[in-house]
Structure formats: structure tokens, C-alpha cells
Write a protein that binds this ligand. Structure first.
Ligand code: KIV
Length: 279
């Protein structure tokens, strides 16, 4: 199939059915997500937690993200691959934002980047887009602002914060974003935002009225045992399956059932005899 572009994603705005997107962090998972027909893969900075084991998304670095993005772009033949810009890789200045977005494209073959923030990030979005790199925006509950939000809290619950959020959505569209993630906001507000902007909205914990949805790979597959976010539906309990499978392997090794003769190469009888007799 032909590689998906940002025009394809833009064309999904207001379609009859919503589109599903997902995160991935390595070659194998990207291949699987691609095979399932997902049009957009985000190499999320959620990697900080589900890949690197940090408590929040804040510590992950550009270099830690670049390696993951490179492996995902090698695995995703069709899906558009978006690289998530880690904390402090774009906030400091527009120049710094362009430089780091460029690294994702040059060094890891990403097709687009994502960054958090609305009105406050508009100049950074415009700078990156003007450098020829598509940007996906991310507003609402923005996990990199964990401390500023005093934790992971639903955003836009009052009239004034809801209006601010609509302003943020309008600002990121005007700045040139090709789509916008709406995270952790009331579903009625997500509906208003979706009706207000002409770029696709992609929701996570933002209800059913967005143009698309995004989830974390490990969450929907039941791979991340630490906690299950409220916005997630676990479609599988792969984590439990994996532990069962590894336990079977362990038991087979311990009881001599594995490996079997077919699992290795064998010497011919005459060679064994020659070795043993020293001839
Ligand atoms: O980092 C991430 O995975 C994300 C999505 C969940 C939107 O930002």
C-alpha cells in the first residue's frame, strides 16, 4: 500500500466513521500496527514510562526518542509516523524547536512531529511548519505540564478553561498544525472543538465526537501492569499471556523438555567417533 501522508490524514476530517491511531516504539510493534491498517503511528513520549520506566514523560531525552523513532519508521511501511517532541526539546525557543524537529526527520526518517501546547506553542508550530516539517498539536491534558497542572487532571471543565481550550485549538490550526490531539477533556467540549476547527481532532480521554482516537500500544494490549488509565479499553491481557508463555519455557528448560533434537545442528556419527578416538 502507498505511504500515508498528512493530506490523507487531513482528508479524514468529518468522515462518516472515526479513524483509529496508536502509538508504537519499535520495529516489530510498528510492523504489527501497520498490518492492522492503522493510518498514523505516534512514537509518543509515553515511551518514557512504557519503554524506559520513568514515572512521568518528563525525563525522556531527544536521543532516547530518536532511536525509537528510527526503529518505528523502519517497521511502518504504510502508516504516517509522527515523532513526539520530548519535554524541553521545543519550549526553549523557536530555533531550538526547529532544530530538534529537524533531527527527527533527518536522523530517524519521521514524517511529522507532535508537540504539546496551544496559544503558547503557536510560534513554535509555525516555525517548524515553515521549515517544511508537519506538526500535530496536543492540547488539553498535556502530560509534560504535570507539575503545572498539579497532576494528571481533566482540563476545560469550567466555562473559562473550556473557552481557553477552544482558543488553543483555533491557534494551533492557524499556526499550521495538520491535526490536533485532544487529551483529557470533557466529551462535549471535544465536540465543540471538533466542530470549530477544520483540521482532524484526535481524542484520548476526550469522548466519541473527535474525528479520530489515539491510544497507547501497551494500554490496549494489557502490557503495562503499573496502572490502567481511565481512558483505556484493554482489548487483550497480553502481559499475562507473556508471563504464562515465559513460565512454560522456563519449566521446559528445567524439566529437560526444551531444547529437543530438532532445535540444534548435529555431528555425523563418524566425526563424533573420530573426535572421541582422537584419530
Ligand atoms: O505520548 C503519547 O503517547 C501521547 C499520546 C497518548 C497522545 O502523547
Amino acid at each position: 500500500m502507498k505511504k500515508i501522508t498528512i493530506d490523507t490524514i487531513r482528508s479524514l476530517k468529518g468522515a462518516n466513521s472515526a479513524f483509529a491511531t496508536l502509538t508504537a516504539y519499535d520495529f516489530t510493534s510498528a510492523k504489527l500496527v501497520d498490518q492492522a491498517g492503522i493510518p498514523l503511528i505516534l512514537v509518543g513520549d509515553s515511551a518514557a514510562m512504557v519503554v524506559y520506566g520513568y514515572d512521568t514523560t518528563i525525563p525522556v531525552s531527544m536521543d532516547e526518542m530518536i532511536f525509537l523513532v528510527g526503529s518505528v519508521t523502519r517497521g511502518a511501511e504504510t502508516a504516517l509516523v509522527v515523532a513526539d517532541m520530548p519535554f524541553m526539546s521545543y519550549q526553549v525557543s523557536v530555533e531550538n524547536a526547529i532544530f530538534n524537529a529537524g533531527r527527527f526527520v533527518k536522523e530517524a526518517n519521521a514524517q511529522a512531529v507532535k508537540l504539546e501546547g496551544g496559544v503558547n506553542s503557536a510560534d513554535h508550530i509555525t516555525g517548524i511548519v515553515n521549515a517544511g516539517i508537519p506538526v500535530m498539536a496536543h492540547i488539553g491534558l498535556t502530560p509534560q505540564s504535570f507539575h503545572q497542572m498539579s497532576g494528571y487532571k481533566v482540563q476545560g471543565k469550567t466555562k473559562s478553561t473550556a473557552e481557553q481550550l477552544i482558543e488553543d485549538a483555533v491557534a494551533v490550526e492557524a499556526a499550521g498544525a495538520f491535526s490536533v490531539v485532544l487529551e483529557g477533556i470533557p466529551s462535549e467540549l471535544a465536540k465543540i472543538v471538533t466542530e470549530t476547527v477544520s483540521i482532524p481532532t484526535v481524542g484520548i480521554g476526550a469522548g466519541p465526537y473527535c474525528d479520530g482516537q489515539i491510544q497507547v500500544f501497551h494500554d490496549i494490549l494489557g502490557l503495562f501492569g503499573t496502572f490502567v488509565p481511565k481512558h483505556t479499553k484493554q482489548y487483550s491481557k497480553l502481559g499475562e499471556n507473556i508471563v504464562d508463555t515465559i513460565s512454560q519455557y522456563r519449566a521446559d528448560v528445567e524439566t529437560g523438555k526444551f531444547p529437543e533434537a530438532k532445535h540444534s545442528a548435529h555431528l555425523k556419527e563418524e566425526i563424533i567417533n573420530a573426535i572421541r578416538s582422537g584419530s
